[in-house]
Every structure is written in C-alpha cells, then in structure tokens.
Design a protein around this ligand. Structure first.
Ligand code: AHM
Ligand code: MG
Length: 331
C-alpha cells in the first residue's frame, strides 16, 4: 500500500508499461502472477497433500499425486503454451527447450524459468521459490529455436521471482526498478507491498555454503575471510540453501550471496538462464550487482541451456570486492 492506495499487481504491470508494450507483454507478466497463485496454493498444502494422498496414489479429488516441482513446471507451461504470446519456453526441469504446440499461435517472447527452486527444502517446510526471465525472440518470423535462449542477461526484458515463505511474495522488474507484491490470501490478489526495492547501503549478511570451504579457490577463501573480519560492515552469516529466500533476505537487509567455483565444479552449481541471470538483473535494478567473480553475469552469453556459472550477487560494494580479491589471488 503506497499513499493509502491499494495497488494490485495487474494495475501495477499495466501502469508501469508504456502504451507500446501493453498487450502481450503485460498479459504475459500477469499470467506468470496467476501461475504463482496456483503454485502457492499447492505449496501451502505441501504437507497435507502427502497425508491426504497416502491411502493410494491419488488425493481426495482423485487427482494423481505429483511432486511439487513437477506440478509447478506443468502449471507454468500450461498457463503459457496457448496464449500466443510466447515462441518458446525453457525450464530447469527439462533437458530441451519447450516448443509451443503447433496448434497454437506463437508470439514474440521467450520465457525461461526455474519452476520451484530449492525443492530439496519442500519436505522440511523451508521456503522455496520460482524464478523467471523474459527475452524477446531473435527472429519474429520463426517458431522458437535454441538461438532464442542463447542471449546474455542484459537482453532480459523482465525478470522476477516468487517466494513461497511465511507469506507468498512476487518481486519483479521490467527495467524500471524492483517492486514487490504480497499475496493476500483472502482476496487472492498480489498487492503492492514493497515499492522500488533497493539494497540498503549498509549490508548485514553474507550467505554461502561453508561446507565447501576446502574446495574453493584461494581468492574465494580470502574473500570469505574479508567478509568475516570486516570492521566496516560487521556482517553476520545467513544461509538457507534456498536461493530465492537467501536472495530476498539479502535484498531487504543488504548482503552478498555466493555460490562460487569449486575444485570439481568450476562453474559452481547455479544455472545461468534460470537462476543467475534473472537474479542479477533484479540485483542491478535494485542498485546491486551480480558477478561471476570476473565480470558481470549479465554479460555472459550462454552456449548451453543448462550452463552453470559461479555466482556472487548482492550489494555492489561487496560483489566488487570479490572480483578484486579473485583477480589478485586466482591468477
Ligand atoms: P535446485 O535448482 O536443484 O533446487 O538447486 C539450487 C539450490 C539453490 O536454491 C540453493 O542456493 C542451492 O541449491 C543450495 O545448494 P547447496 O545445498 O549445495 O548449498
Ligand atoms: Mg534451481
């Protein structure tokens, strides 16, 4: 609520796009918000579905039980395959990109998404999230092709995430700041709750999986020591192991999240298209920065749908320090 106005996500999407972008693009964003609501309902019943489905393989409505990440993936696909707005989609759950079925019209946008990130956290009732990005197709004349996805993050038109936490939030950017909406369960609407989100000047947290310390490069170890012994910022460590939740907390409180290169995983774990690039775009729009440790994640052109990339993301000053220390120690 801003100035006592109640702003729904639909209203916000419409009002923040120029007239030229109204139509397909705004409707696409709205359909993603609708998918998020459907997934949120199921996510909130995660424990219950298990109980209710235990007698057989189907739940009380007679539906087949599905794993939540498969369910989320399916919802996003079925919401968007027939609308004529997309020319293709790619999901972290699928090896190949998803074509728009022949019987439907194709559109000029490309959707990439991680339907339910951090899904190992579902069974223990820890927050999980959906991440998405939207690009424009490379060639309007053609149906979706791999080239449509091999675009660097700086070509993103929009990116966002949904956090299924103590409340459900959708945060998105179309290049005009980052805005957050909280799902009001009683009326079933996302309402503007966090307008123009920015990383606070003074960060509070750093987030990484310390269990991998021995596998890190000298530069990354030096960086973590710098974070730990920082007299200026006095950082605390927080790591949920659920990227959206870790990123969101750091966006609100200030901080840096990293999933760096490791001895046996030179590109770390996070996927460029579905995780690192969309979140880097959001970070930059919020005054922060996403880096591979060598340069901007948004400058990396993928050569594979599931390419991974070392990731340092959060307050610009903290991320830039990672680049400086990696350059000094990892030559
Ligand atoms: P997923 O896409 O298979 O769910 O994996 C991504 C998740 C992120 O949410 C999180 O940042 C990371 O994996 C945690 O990995 P780890 O358990 O190695 O720390
Ligand atoms: Mg993921």
């Amino acid at each position: 609520m801003i100035n006592n106005k109640i702003v729904t996500i639909e209203r916000h999407i419409l009002d923040s796009q120029p007239d030229s972008a109204r139509g397909d693009f705004t409707n696409l964003l709205y359909d993603i918000a609708l998918s998020a609501k459907i997934i949120a309902v199921k996510t909130n019943r995660a424990g219950l579905t298990d109980v209710l489905g235990r007698a057989g393989s189907s739940n009380i409505q007679g539906e087949q039980q599905q794993k939540l990440d498969v369910y989320a993936d399916d919802v996003i696909f079925r919401m968007n395959d027939h609308t004529g707005r997309l020319c293709a989609m790619a999901s972290e759950e699928h090896e190949h990109f998803l074509e728009i079925p022949e019987q439907f019209q194709k559109g000029s946008y490309v959707l990439v998404f991680d339907p339910l990130d951090g899904s190992s956290n579902i069974d223990v009732n820890v927050s999980i999230g959906t991440i998405f990005g939207i690009y424009r197709t490379v060639d309007y004349q053609k149906r979706g092709r791999l080239e449509d996805f091999m675009q660097p993050g700086h070509k993103l038109l929009a990116a966002g995430y949904v956090l299924y936490g103590s409340s459900t939030m959708l945060v998105y950017t179309t290049g005009q700041g980052v805005h957050g909406f909280t799902l009001d369960l009683e009326i079933g609407e996302f309402l503007l709750s966090h307008e123009n989100m920015r990383f606070p000047e003074t960060p509070q947290y750093y987030s990484t999986n310390h269990a991998y310390f021995d596998r890190w490069s000298k530069g990354t170890k030096e960086y973590v020591r710098w974070l730990q012994n920082n007299e200026r910022f006095q950082l605390s460590e927080r790591y949920i192991g659920s990227l959206v939740a870790d990123f969101h907390r750091n966006l609100l409180r200030g901080g840096v999240f990293m999933y760096p290169s490791e001895r046996n995983r030179p590109n770390g774990k996070l996927r460029l298209l579905y995780e690192a690039a969309p979140l880097s775009y959001i970070a930059e729009q919020a005054g922060g920065y996403g880096s591979t440790g060598k340069g901007s994640i948004l400058d990396v052109t993928p050569d594979d749908l599931h390419q991974r990339v070392p990731t340092y993301i959060g307050n610009r000053a903290l991320v830039s320090k990672a680049e400086e220390l990696l350059a000094r120690h990892d030559q």
